[in-house]
Each structure stands twice: as C-alpha cells, then as structure tokens.
Design a protein around this ligand. Structure first.
Ligand code: GLN
Length: 194
C-alpha cells in the first residue's frame, strides 16, 4: 500500500483525497504536522493561495521537513499554487517557498480575461487519450532550467513539468473525473526507493 500525503492546510484537499481513494493500493493521508510527513511515501501540494500556504507551512513547522524529505527523494507533486511552492524562482513575487524545482513560474499568469478556463489536451507521457484540464488563476512556467522535462505546453506556455521525482502542473486534475495524473504520480511514488 502506498501512502500518499496531501498537505491539508488550505486548498483542494478533499478533492485530491477522493481521487486517490479511487486508485488501487493507495492510501491518502492528510498532512498537518511534521510527524505526518514521516509516514508517507509521496506528497501532494494542492492548489489554493500560495502566499497563505507558504506562510502556513512555516508556522506549522512543515517546511524544513518537506524540503529534507524531497531532497532525499520523496516524490512531491504540486498543483497550481503547489507549483508555485515548488519553484526556485517566482517571477512576479518576492517569495521563494520550498525552492525545489528548477523552474521560473509566473503567478496568476493568465490575467483577468482568462482567469479560469477548461480545455482538453493529449499529454502523451501521462495518458493515451486527451484529458480535461481546469485552470483557476493559474501560474505557468516561463522558463525551465536543467533537469526539467516539459510534459505539456498550451499555446507556447509550459503547464506541466517533471524533474525526476518532482512533478508540477498549472492545472487541477483533482477537479476533473480523470485519474490519469493521479495514477501517473502514484507510479512515480511506487518506483521511488524512499
Ligand atoms: N493564484 C493562486 C496563487 O498564486 C493559485 C491558484 C490556484 O491554486 N488555483 O497562489
């Protein structure tokens, strides 16, 4: 049984939990304390508001332990605000939160006109069929540095990246019915050795 944690401080926590429950051999675990981080095999950082979540992981003394476990190889997947938390560079914000991925992200990158939107796209690394993508005040990756694999681009903007055991998506697979991304992440967790 894989124990996949979901950072449970703010954001779409329940939705990720429901998706993980649909996978065989995965037990979702809500993470609120540093001790919770010791019993999981992988971690999801949900969407929400990155400044708030960034502050809460410091207040709840989770930040250093997440960084430590991720550096030791624990798979981590950030969706939307979670992508911002993982980034080493946030172009339009002075904060750096976990600083684990070699990406330059732009917050709220789609502006007010396209604030929230849905589309459908084929992402060959993840699924054999086009999957639905939901964007809500989403960031995108403006530049990916060494070691980062681009999984998907939409209109020339990078919206899904992988750096070994670290995964980040601009969009919210947990707000759709499609399990492909959760399955893809569970597979990264299953193959990791920590
Ligand atoms: N706009 C949010 C931020 O900058 C992210 C939005 C989301 O996670 N849906 O933190």
């Amino acid at each position: 049984m894989l124990r996949i944690g979901i950072l449970g401080l703010q954001g779409s926590v329940i939705e990720h939990t429901v998706m993980l429950k649909r996978l065989e051999d995965v037990k979702p675990v809500q993470v609120k304390t540093a001790d919770d981080l010791d019993v999981i095999d992988g971690l999801i950082l949900p969407g929400g508001e990155s400044t708030t979540i960034g502050r809460l992981i410091t207040d709840y003394k989770l930040k250093d332990r997440i960084i430590e476990r991720a550096r030791a190889g624990m798979p981590v997947w950030g969706t939307c605000a979670g992508m911002i938390l993982l980034a080493k560079h946030i172009i339009n914000d002075d904060n750096v939160h976990l600083g684990l991925m070699n990406i330059h992200v732009r917050r709220n990158a789609y502006g007010s006109q396209l604030d929230s939107f849905k589309t459908v796209m084929l992402i060959p690394a993840v699924a054999e069929y086009p999957i639905p993508l939901v964007f809500i005040r989403a960031p995108y990756v403006e530049k990916a540095d060494d070691g980062v694999e681009v999984l998907a681009e939409l209109d020339g903007k990078i919206i899904a990246v992988r750096q070994g055991h670290l995964l980040a998506t601009s969009f919210h697979p947990e707000l759709t019915d499609d399990l492909s991304f959760h399955r893809y992440f569970a597979d990264i967790v299953a193959k990791s050795t920590v």
